[in-house]
Design a protein around this ligand. Structure first.
Ligand code: HEC
Ligand code: HEC
Length: 354
């Protein structure tokens, strides 16, 4: 090694070292950001300072768990699926529920019949999350007569309801490989639930009714503080760069679910959000209050979304849910009140007439 070469090599070594350190740092920061978004609790690095509570007197009480965990439904062990004769179909069904857009969205590799949402965006963790709109009672309660259509609906029909409304798309053929797979998956999920029963933690949380109407103006503030960072100020969410769906799904506008979707009912939206949003919330650790859930629902529902011809729905109008926002109604309440509340008077009138 000559006289110039040695310091040069040292310099290179130093630079390589620095580069490695910088890469490691970026990696660690990335991991921490990823973990905190994915809801994993990070250990505290140093014992935290005793908190100085200046705002103790005005601090809002932390929302409590929405349901006691004892006896709550849990999906069968995924590892046991291989022992099923139709394991391949069940697995494909789960994949379709989780990544619907990749297969059936606007750029779907099987068919292009839906708007880019995944079933899992609303049926969380592939339809297994307690109070996350899970599929625990699908196998045990279908076919059933539904008042919305006035007909008996089987699982295939119910799945297509969500394709045509929640995914603002077209129905899937009943005998297609995809339909069979989704039905197989739902039957497998609910295989331990006795016929006719609905397990604890099924569906969506029923948020207690307020005495006042839900308020879109209050809801806008909540939206800006709690939702906008992911779902964006214009409600359009964050599409994936390759067009295969969304990192953060849209909440209104042309790419969202249509006016005939269950989530457009204020109580469904409020209940879904109360137990599951902002991302990281669960029924055990909710992050917003009942009132906030109603008001943010009102804000989102005050925005435009695709409309659907609902004239054939609810053939018996007296069966419309109290928060179905489209007339005609069998009671004397306005569309406005059916959309935002107050719902208690509507509920009381309904109870009297039944
Ligand atoms: C935008 C949200 C949303 C999306 C996306 C969505 N659903 Fe739904 N789904 C709902 C809501 C809301 C309900 C009704 C829940 C209630 O009223 O308790 C529902 C109900 C269902 C039910 C009936 C559950 C029961 O216990 O009665 C099935 C089955 C279903 N969806 C399947 C699907 C499938 C399959 C997909 C994807 C192709 C899908 N959903 C996508 C919101 C959605
Ligand atoms: C940290 C990011 C984040 C925040 C903040 C957040 N969400 Fe979400 N939201 C998501 C993701 C991701 C999904 C899809 C979940 C999945 O597929 O597992 C989702 C799904 C939804 C859905 C169902 C799918 C759809 O497109 O309609 C609704 C409704 C929703 N969020 C409402 C809200 C509301 C209201 C707030 C504020 C109170 C909120 N979210 C805050 C990330 C977020």
């Amino acid at each position: 090694m000559n006289q110039i070469g040695k310091p040069f090599v040292q310099l290179i070594t130093l630079m390589v070292g620095l580069l490695a350190l910088a890469t490691a740092l970026v990696g660690v920061i990335g991991l921490v950001v990823y973990l905190s978004y994915s809801g994993v609790k990070l250990p505290e690095l140093a014992p935290s300072e005793p908190e100085v509570k200046l705002t103790a007197a005005v601090e809002a009480p932390k929302p409590k768990a929405l349901m006691d965990v004892a006896g709550i439904w849990a999906a069968p062990d995924w590892a046991s699926v291989d022992s099923e004769p139709n394991a391949e179909s069940i697995k494909y069904g789960k994949e379709l529920v989780a990544n619907t857009a990749e297969y059936l969205g606007p750029n779907g590799k099987v068919k292009k019949i839906s708007n880019g949402l995944n079933c899992q965006n609303c049926h969380l963790q592939a339809g297994t999350a307690p109070l996350g709109n899970n599929y625990s009672a699908v196998a045990s309660t279908y076919p059933k007569i539904r008042a919305r259509s006035g007909q008996s609906e089987d699982i295939e029909k119910r799945i297509n309801d969500c394709f045509e409304r929640s995914l603002n798309g077209q129905p899937l053929e009943r005998n297609s490989k995809e339909m069979i797979a989704m039905v197989d998956y739902m039957k497998w999920l609910g295989k331990e639930v006795p016929q006719g029963e609905k397990p604890k933690g099924v569906g969506i949380y029923e948020v207690p009714l307020m005495d006042r109407a839900a308020d879109p103006i209050k809801g806008k503030t909540i939206y800006e503080q709690q939702c906008q960072s992911c779902h964006a100020a214009d409600g359009q969410g964050l599409p994936k760069p390759d067009g295969s769906g969304y990192t953060y799904p849209p909440l209104w506008g042309e790419h969202s679910y249509n006016s005939g979707a269950g989530l457009f009912r204020l109580s469904r939206f409020a209940g879904y959000v109360r137990a599951n949003m902002p991302l990281g919330a669960t029924f055990e650790n909710p992050l917003i209050s009942d009132e906030e859930a109603w008001d943010v629902a009102a804000y989102v529902n005050s925005m435009d979304r695709p409309s659907r011809d609902l004239s054939a729905d609810w053939p018996d109008i007296s069966k419309k849910p109290i928060d179905h926002p489209f007339g005609p109604f069998s009671d004397g309440f306005s569309e406005e009140q059916h959309k935002y509340g107050p719902f208690k008077p509507i509920k009381e009138a309904k109870a009297k007439s039944e």
